[in-house]
Design a binder for this molecule. Structure first.
Ligand SMILES: Nc1ncnc2c1ncn2[C@@H]1O[C@H](COP(=O)(O)OP(=O)(O)O)[C@@H](O)[C@H]1O
Ligand SMILES: [Mg+2]
Length: 367
């Protein structure tokens, strides 16, 4: 049986002695009783000794029970006391008890004149402490959960950075190695065609065409990995270029409208990449899922935010798609947005298309 440390804040010495006796007699209850005669003394002992719980008389010479609760919370630097407090009130003070509970007392007992409450005190304290243990465990679990969420988010951010970096590196490598080889092959074939003069082998012409196709494929793969316009010309030309690419490749009408106010903004590398990847995912979704005939990309500035909208006139995203755990594309957009303290809204109306709106703060608000 573990010993419970109870602080009683009570100016009436008779009541204190009665309490001590009641605890000593309670079966299965072992308690170290700390005693304070005034509110101030109670606060001092509470902070110094950190008892497991406090029995608090409502009427104290210097403070009321409610004032004691407020001071205790303030001294602990918390909105409500973290040490569980049981209020002891007079028989006529139900409203006081209710108010005390509202201000953070965990329980109350009415002191009846013939002292019957004393028989129930030990049991009530046991209950209070059991409850407190549950609260502590819950808070601990929440702390662990918050911490692991934070770590996951940091990991995701790190992976994202790694991925961008790796993409750039792979694009570079393909460009230098494979691109160089194919250009070489094509040059050889051209020379062979030239040498063979008038009656050149049709196979050679086919080979030349294949080489050209391969060169174009390589170029496309490279720009998909990480468009160099993004690094060389910046986010706005990159978005315009990408909208054009989408139009060419998919046959969708795809416009891009960036207001002069937005155009004048210079975004850092992280925000540029983020904006580009969100626009890319959104337009890819339009092409893959929307059955739309038109997509519009709009960028504007609104105060300290840059606002990106991607609208389509397709079938409209279903709310199920928005919460689907397998929606990694949408998930990634939300995660990127959260990391930069932005807001992302995606909504669809059946048959009337889908709108995605991203608000991205220009300043770092995550600290
Ligand atoms: N523009 C859109 N129009 C209609 N449906 C969409 C649109 N964008 C997304 N969706 C729906 O939301 C789902 C989740 O999208 P996403 O997370 O990007 O996953 P994925 O593209 O890999 O299927 C899609 O499978 C699709 O059903
Ligand atoms: Mg997708």
């Amino acid at each position: 049986m573990s010993t419970v440390r109870v602080l009683i804040v009570e100016d009436d010495v008779v009541d204190r002695i009665a309490c001590r006796r009641a605890f000593a007699q309670a079966p299965g209850f072992s308690c170290e009783l700390l005693e304070a005669e005034s509110g101030q003394e109670g606060l001092d002992i509470a902070l110094r000794e950190k008892p497991d719980c406090i029995l608090l008389d409502y009427h104290l010479p210097d403070l009321t029970g409610l004032e004691f609760l407020a001071r205790l919370a303030a001294d602990q630097g918390e909105p409500q006391p973290t040490i569980p407090v049981m209020m002891l009130t007079g028989a006529d003070s139900a409203t006081v008890a209710a108010e005390a509970m509202r201000r953070g007392a965990r329980d109350y007992m009415v002191k009846d004149s013939d002292g019957r409450y004393l028989d129930f005190l030990a049991g009530a304290i046991d209950r209070l402490l059991r409850e407190q243990r549950l609260i502590d465990e819950k808070q601990q679990a929440e702390r662990v959960l918050r911490q692991s969420q934070k770590e996951l988010r940091e990991l995701a951010a790190y992976q994202e950075k790694l991925k961008e970096h790796e993409r750039t590196r792979i694009a570079q490598e393909i460009h230098d190695e494979l691109g160089g080889l194919l250009t070489g092959i094509k040059a050889y074939i051209s020379v062979a065609i030239e040498r063979s003069g008038e009656q050149s082998d049709p196979l050679l012409n086919d080979a030349a065409k294949l080489a050209q196709d391969a060169i174009e494929t390589v170029r496309r793969v490279i720009t998909d990995l990480r468009p160099s316009v993004l690094d060389q010309l910046g986010i706005w030309p990159a978005l315009e270029w990408y909208a054009e690419q989408v139009a060419q490749r998919s046959g969708l009408r795809c416009s891009c409208n960036i207001t002069p106010a937005a155009m004048a903004l210079e975004l850092d590398a992280e925000r540029s990449t983020m904006l580009f990847r969100v626009a890319q995912e959104a337009l890819t979704n339009v092409v893959r899922h929307a059955e739309a005939s038109e997509a519009r990309l709009l960028v504007d500035r609104d105060g300290d935010n840059v606002v990106l909208r991607v609208e389509d006139d397709g079938k409209g995203i279903e709310s199920a798609g928005l919460s689907d755990r397998e929606s990694w594309g949408l998930f990634g957009m939300h995660e990127r947005t959260r990391r930069l303290a932005g807001e992302l809204n995606i909504s669809g109306k059946a048959g009337q298309g889908t709108t995605l709106q991203l608000r991205l703060p220009l300043e770092d608000k995550n600290g």
